[in-house]
Design a protein around this ligand. Structure first.
Ligand code: DCP
Ligand code: MG
Length: 370
């Protein structure tokens, strides 16, 4: 038998935050297909089917062995009919005809291109698709389109932004952000969150959490000559206010969606190509990089850190829906837990304390890749 004898499918938690999931995925063949299906449902704004495939992908990422027969998934959570059909076909045929159909679908292909532009979401894609637009070239050629400031930046730096951010680039940007923040706030804590904190080697952006133990004076954080684009969203977090149960309330802290100009050493290939002199002035020596800066009050730092470290599925598929008697977790606000009986905010100085509040085993950041 392929599976470890100690593995008991029925013991696999239905909550992704309790499944310690590293980046070692033995079931990529299946999870890639699920993620394509999920994305297609997301483009169709069918959240239920989208989540069904994302949750199934999350469960298979947790499995310590590759699935080779239907018996392997027996007793696992989140294995509904649609999911099982895809698994069965991949086991038998080696690939999923449904996922392949999606990849060839005109609407999916257009949405995939449109949403690859910074600032373009499903709603805007839908509008453009209905106008008969299909490709990025058609978008660029259409001078009547009204683009937001964010979308204009998205088109301007498109090539740089679609190429992934590497760990080395994340480290370089981290130094710049830390140095810059510390010139304004010498005691500030600057932490990389998001995928890089979970151990990913690449990402679509770099997420930073910034907090200052001292008094709050975090207005002018970045030198503007470093930023190609920025959009600051002011904090809407009010201490007196009970957080609402919104689905996507990442908006409580002050944050800045930015594009940073990262200068990189020029690659000089001229010695290999003596016949054609390259004008070094024309070689671009920088790369546009998407950076998210989140600024949080010191008391909410641990909650914000847990929330912004993700993964998204870890957050949404479990933590915010997890209710424990008297302790209702409102992590979608990334702010605090509330004890509804006492109606007080529970303080937590670290992520460990948050897990302890919930009576859960601590899960390290690199195990949060559900
Ligand atoms: N997050 C969330 N809900 C959202 C957006 C973000 O819970 N609507 C949290 C979980 C994410 C983290 O913030 O892991 C950072 O968001 P990213 O979109 O940058 O996601 P990652 O960093 O995980 O992925 P990538 O490597 O693509 O940047
Ligand atoms: Mg990220």
């Amino acid at each position: 038998d392929s599976e470890a004898p100690s593995f008991v499918a029925s013991k696999v938690s239905q909550y992704s935050c309790q499944r310690k999931t590293t980046l070692n995925n033995c079931n990529k063949k299946f999870t890639d297909a699920f993620e394509i299906m999920a994305e297609n449902y997301e483009f169709k704004e069918n959240e239920i089917f989208c989540l069904e495939f994302l949750r199934a992908a999350s469960v298979l990422k947790f499995l310590p062995f590759p699935v080779t027969r239907m018996k392997d998934i027996q007793g696992l959570p989140c294995m509904g009919g649609r999911v099982r059909d895809v698994i069965e076909e991949i086991i038998e045929e080696g690939e999923s005809s449904r996922a392949k159909e999606v990849l060839n679908d005109e609407r999916y292909k257009s949405f995939k291109q449109f949403t690859s532009v910074f600032g373009v979401g499903v709603k805007t894609s839908e509008k453009w698709y209905r106008m008969g637009l299909r490709t990025l070239e058609e978008l660029k050629a259409d001078k009547t389109l009204k683009l937001s400031k964010m979308q204009k930046a998205g088109f301007l730096y498109y090539e740089d932004l679609v190429s992934c951010v590497s760990k080395a680039e994340a480290d370089a940007v981290s130094l710049i952000v830390k140095n810059t923040v510390c010139t304004f706030l010498p005691d500030a804590l600057v932490t990389i969150t998001g995928g890089f904190r979970r151990g990913k080697k690449t990402g679509h952006d770099i997420d930073f959490l910034i907090t200052n133990p001292g008094p709050r004076e975090d207005d002018e954080l970045l030198h503007k000559d470093l930023l190609l684009y920025y959009d600051i969203i002011e904090s809407t977090f009010l201490k007196e206010q009970i957080p609402s149960r919104k689905v996507d309330a990442m908006d409580n802290f002050q944050k800045c969606f930015a594009i940073l100009k990262l200068y990189q050493p020029r690659v000089d290939n001229s010695s290999y190509n003596t016949s054609k002199k390259i004008d070094m002035a024309e070689v671009k020596d920088w790369k546009a990089i998407r950076v998210d800066l989140v600024i949080t009050p010191f008391e909410q730092y641990a909650y914000a850190l847990l929330g912004w470290t993700g993964s998204r599925v870890s957050n949404h598929n479990s933590l915010c829906f997890l209710s424990i008697p008297n302790l209702f977790l409102l992590l979608q606000d990334h702010s605090e837990f509330m004890d509804f009986k006492k109606m007080v905010f529970l303080k937590a100085g670290s992520e460990e304390e948050i897990f302890a509040h919930l009576g859960l085993d601590y899960v390290e950041p690199w195990e949060r890749n559900a």
